[in-house]
Ligand binder design. Structure first.
Ligand code: UGA
Length: 432
């Protein structure tokens, strides 16, 4: 079985490389020539631990190839994964499906034998029906099958999540496609992954509902953290106490800044818009979105309180600016709201991120990138730990504070309050 991945973004590239590592012939296609040329040279356009090694290995043994020729790649393949972007539309909150439908049109004119066409991109319920309509204009329904197979990969953990998934969801009523896909995923199923076959629409909704539920869990614990701060309770005790109930589960109950990234903000908006279209009010998810949007301001208010409302000319350090650790992704990171707001109020900001300088801040007044943790902290009034990189977990603050003392605001609760306070430094965290 030959596999074609359309789109070499995060989803397509990671999944394509992992499928090739399982022994399949995979061709990754992208219309962006520069990207394909880079990949052919073994250069990876995204930061994802372990990805580069897997690309090199599978490219060398010729199971993995890269191309810009979409039609030929489709013709040469049996299974086609659509992995193009579905960003939020510029106007409104729904998903922009133009790239998906453009690809569907291209597929429709390149079907030379039976093809399984799979959406791996996150697409609203009924998108599969639309793709089927587009392709059936030029092809008999016997020549193709449209399936939904959402991905559940986390950035920074994507390879591990691909190899050891909790579940593999395949949405199709077509027995042949189901059999072929079960076979494709067999190496993962035999290691313990659950394989779930549902209707196509159900698979599409499982993806959105899962992301919306995880976003709800985080927002829930973030609001509980607000209450903890007022009542002198440690939110971590609450997360552990709640998480021990197997019906709740302990994961995704870490309080912190507003959730961000390329998925939760986009997908929570898109699912409520889809529901509105079907005259269903997803009020819980709508309030999650609102609560999360307010969260950066709430944390900024705390910064202001910590600095006795005197932000002008204060030297503030950001440790980590990406939306989470082990990624270079800045999309919807809460730092994008916080750093400009503090710079506007006259703060002088230095930031250090293990993935380097960010163009997003290059035009801001008094915002400087520095290339070491030490340089970023020296001379600072307030150190904000914004992202939970391992690099920030054992900083010798005592040493760094010898010349000048600073306050620490640990937005990820990396450190123990008592330990830092015993070093004579003022320390604030989230929900404790
Ligand atoms: C998320 C989902 O976790 C994946 O299952 C899904 O496949 C992916 O979206 C997608 O739709 O493609 P990702 O956005 O990479 O993955 O990152 P997460 O690890 O889920 O984190 C999302 C945000 O939630 C981050 O801002 C993170 O800091 C925050 N978070 C996460 C918390 O604040 N607390 C937690 O306990 C967990």
């Amino acid at each position: 079985m030959k596999i074609c991945m359309i789109g070499t973004g995060y989803v397509g590239l990671v999944s394509g490389v992992c499928f090739s590592d399982l022994g399949n012939d995979v061709i990754c296609v992208d219309k962006n020539k520069d990207k394909i040329n880079l990949l052919k040279e073994g250069k990876i356009p995204i930061y994802e631990p372990g990805l580069s090694e897997l690309v090199t290995k599978n490219f060398k043994n010729k199971r993995l190839s890269f191309s810009t020729d979409l039609k030929k790649s489709i013709k040469d393949s049996d299974i086609i994964f659509i992995c193009v972007g579905t960003p939020t539309k510029k106007v409104g909150s729904s998903a922009d499906l133009s790239q998906i439908y453009n690809v569907a049109k291209k597929i429709s004119s390149s079907i030379n034998r039976f093809k399984i066409i799979i959406t791996k991109s996150t697409v609203p319920v009924t998108t599969g029906d639309e793709i089927e309509k587009i392709i059936s204009k030029k092809n008999s329904k016997k020549k193709f099958s449209v399936v939904s197979n959402p991905e559940f990969l986390r950035e920074g953990e994507a390879i591990r999540d691909f190899i050891y998934p909790d579940r593999i969801v395949v949405g199709t009523n077509d027995k042949k496609s189901n059999r072929i896909l079960k076979n494709l995923y067999n190496p993962l199923i035999s290691k313990g992954a659950q394989y779930l076959n549902t209707s196509r629409r159900a698979a599409e909704l499982i993806k959105y509902a899962s992301n919306a539920f995880l976003a709800t869990k985080i927002t829930f614990v973030n609001e509980i953290a607000n209450l903890c701060e007022k009542t002198g309770i440690n939110v971590e005790d609450i997360s552990i106490g709640m998480g021990l109930d197997k019906r709740i589960g302990g994961r995704f109950l870490r309080a912190g800044p507003a959730y961000g990234g390329s998925c939760f903000p986009k997908d929570t908006k898109a699912i409520t818009t889809t529901a509105d279209k079907f005259k269903t009010n997803l009020s819980v998810i709508k309030s999650v979105i609102k609560s999360n949007e307010k969260r950066s301001n709430l944390l900024l208010d705390r910064v202001s309180k910590i600095l006795n409302k005197k932000i002008k000319d204060k030297r503030i350090t950001f440790l980590g600016v990406t939306f989470k650790a082990n990624t270079d992704d800045m999309r919807d990171s809460s730092s994008l709201k916080m750093i400009p707001a503090l710079s506007k109020k006259g703060a002088i900001i230095k930031y250090y991120d293990p993935t380097g300088l960010k163009k997003e801040f290059s035009k801001l007044k008094n915002v400087f990138h520095v290339d070491s943790i030490k340089k970023s902290i020296e001379g600072s009034d307030l150190v904000i730990i914004h992202t939970e990189w391992n690099d920030f977990k054992s900083i010798n603050f005592k040493n760094l504070a010898k010349k000048k003392k600073f306050i620490i605001y640990d937005m990820r609760n990396i450190y123990s309050s008592s330990k830092i306070k015993s070093q004579g430094l003022k320390y604030y965290s989230v929900g404790r």
